[in-house]
Design a protein around this ligand. Structure first.
Ligand SMILES: Nc1ncnc2c1ncn2[C@@H]1O[C@H](COP(=O)(O)OP(=O)(O)OP(=O)(O)O)[C@@H](O)[C@H]1O
Ligand SMILES: [Mg+2]
Length: 245
């Protein structure tokens, strides 16, 4: 009975395609519309590139998107994605048409009051609303831990961010870095991860002098998913995935 009800519920959930057919397959169509998702992984595993690709693929379909940059400059980010994807010639067009809005929302100072946290989040929401975004990418959030007094405050901040994105009814994809050493798969500084509906994990598989990016869905509310690992390749045309051999 419970299973049947859940399946019926899942069937009604609308999906946002990721622009990557293998990823859409393992997500049974894509990310649930209105879900708050995190891509986590060690440095250099492809978090920013994957998150950008999802926004770009949707912007091309006419779905307005926002990319919020917290730890890097807008020109640097654009320069890097253009160099990673030399065939994405329509990016500047999409930016001109306000279909993809790339905004800096840096956090320079320590947050000392709830008001300061809320002002920061209001900046994100304002950017997302400026072009009526359906998808919001935030790259990247782990930097905020250093600007908050303790893990409790960081957890609170992540809750505020996801709640506010939920309120404006967007599907979000946030990136968070895992420590570069060790095999930790929990987000440092976070008490619990339940504010995220979906958790996507990236890793680098090193084999001699070859490094392969690997992607797996850890958790996804409101959707069935396959928990298989997939090879992720960054090609001149975009990100592609294939089931790991
Ligand atoms: N300009 C580029 N050209 C080709 N490949 C690139 C380019 N930029 C990134 N990559 C590939 O993507 C990987 C890193 O991508 P990305 O910057 O998305 O990772 P990340 O997980 O966000 O890393 P970081 O922790 O540094 O933010 C690199 O290891 C490389 O394989
Ligand atoms: Mg990054």
């Amino acid at each position: 009975m419970m299973n049947g009800m859940q399946l019926d519920g899942y069937a009604q959930v609308k999906k946002i395609g990721t622009g990557i057919s293998t990823l859409d397959d393992i997500l049974y169509g894509g990310l649930p519309e209105g879900s708050q998702n995190v891509i986590m992984g060690q440095p250099g595993t492809g978090k920013s590139i994957l998150a950008f690709h999802m926004a770009y693929a949707n912007a091309k379909l006419g779905i307005p998107c926002t990319v919020i940059l917290i730890d890097q400059r807008r020109e640097d980010f654009i320069k890097n994605v253009v160099s990673a994807f030399p065939h994405l010639e329509s990016l500047h067009d999409l930016i001109d048409k306000n279909m993809i809005n790339i905004s800096e929302n840096p956090a320079y100072d320590k947050f000392t009051t709830k008001e300061e946290m809320m002002t920061f989040i209001a900046g994100i929401i304002k950017s997302a609303q400026s072009n009526n975004s359906k998808i919001v990418v935030i790259d990247e959030l782990s930097i905020l831990r250093a600007l908050l007094s303790d893990d409790r405050e960081f957890t609170r901040m992540m809750n505020y961010i996801t709640e506010n994105l939920h309120l404006i009814n967007v599907t979000s994809i946030m990136t968070i870095e895992l420590p570069s050493s060790g095999t930790r798969t929990k987000i440092p500084g976070l008490f619990e991860e339940s504010m995220f509906d979906g958790v996507i994990r990236l890793a680098n598989l090193v084999d001699g002098d070859e490094t392969e990016h690997v992607c797996a869905i850890v958790r996804m509310r409101f959707s069935k998913f396959k928990s298989t690992s997939n090879a992720m390749k960054i090609t001149p045309d975009g990100v592609i995935m294939s089931p790991l051999k």
